[in-house]
Design a protein around this ligand. Structure first.
Ligand code: PMP
Length: 294
């Protein structure tokens, strides 16, 4: 079987600082501040049948993430939206994953980055299921790393630096035969997976951790809306690991992951139940325009 091409060696076009360039020419210099000091923010967006789901929301979040890190993007939300659409069209994609990324350039080395210029690129490609739950749901490990406190890291930014412990936790899980990891936070409360938010179900009620030290995902907020629209009670609160024993169902949400059932997390087991299936279907109907977005 042919090996999947590496991400730097593909056909197509990438939007870079205002123009489309051939995929293989979308490069940065080694002495780019972002590469050394993680001064980079990004988005993960999905397009369904030519429609990019909640595009402006993602573009707003990209600008907000950069601002949290102290740099301003010279592109407006409307310009970022238009650039994403242009990139999709240039690559002839209708169902795609779109990856805008913004970073500080190479005008300065060292911790200070006041003189660096902001850059932005947008790539897109076909990406199938990010996590494959199989019939019984995902098998999650418990991460050895904890989500940092809001006074330790800029937790509401989708910033590259925050993914250091996510990748380490994911590798730790994969090395032990799991697909992903459930992360606790600095207090020991249940937080999220390495790239997706967590929801639990018990007695027909949905419980989800309050997003006070991790990303309040766009999919998370969408799913809460969808559930409430169905009259399902959704409770946002602190959730402790001791409670995991009592939950019947567990699912993850994210733009890449979408809605994925979890079968186990560490020693705790869950069923792939009707309510999870319903939310999964509602989300899929919404992103494909079969359900209205009110
Ligand atoms: N948490 C983390 C760490 C993530 O990487 C993501 C994916 N962006 C999410 C949560 C879910 O966010 P969203 O639904 O906005 O994609």
């Amino acid at each position: 079987m042919a090996e999947e091409p590496t991400y730097d060696d593909r056909d197509g076009f990438i939007w870079l600082d205002g123009q489309l360039v051939p995929w293989r020419n979308a490069n940065v210099h080694i002495l780019t501040h972002a590469l050394h000091y993680a001064s980079s923010v990004f988005e993960g967006v999905r397009a369904y049948d030519g429609n990019i789901f909640e595009l402006s929301w993602h573009s707003r979040r990209l600008r907000a993430s950069a601002e949290i890190l102290g740099f301003e993007l010279p592109w407006s939300v409307e310009q970022i939206d238009a650039a994403c659409i242009e990139t999709m069209q240039a690559n002839n994609l209708k169902d795609a994953y779109v990856r805008p990324v913004a970073w500080r350039g190479s005008e300065q080395m060292g911790v200070s980055a006041q003189r660096t210029k902001p850059h932005m690129a947008i790539a897109c490609w076909y990406w199938g299921a990010y996590l494959d739950p199989g019939a019984g749901g995902l098998r999650l490990d418990i991460a050895p790393w904890r989500r940092p406190a809001p006074f330790t890291a800029p937790v509401q930014a989708k910033a590259a630096g925050l993914y250091m412990i996510a990748t380490m936790s994911k590798h730790h899980a994969e090395g032990r035969g799991f697909q992903d990891a459930l992360m606790f936070d600095y207090r020991g409360q249940v937080a999220e997976a390495t790239g997706a938010n967590a929801f639990f179900i018990k007695d027909g009620v949905i419980h989800t951790p309050t997003p006070d030290c991790f990303l309040n995902g766009i999919t998370r907020q969408t799913v809460i809306k969808l559930a409430r629209r169905r009259g399902i009670e959704v409770v946002e609160r602190a959730i402790w690991p001791e409670e995991l024993e009592g939950f019947e169902q567990f699912f993850l949400t994210g733009s890449a992951a979408e809605v994925v059932p979890v079968g186990s997390a560490g020693p705790w087991n869950f069923e792939v139940g009707d309510l999870t299936r319903q939310i999964q279907k509602d989300y899929s109907d919404l992103v494909r325009g079969r359900l209205s977005n009110v």
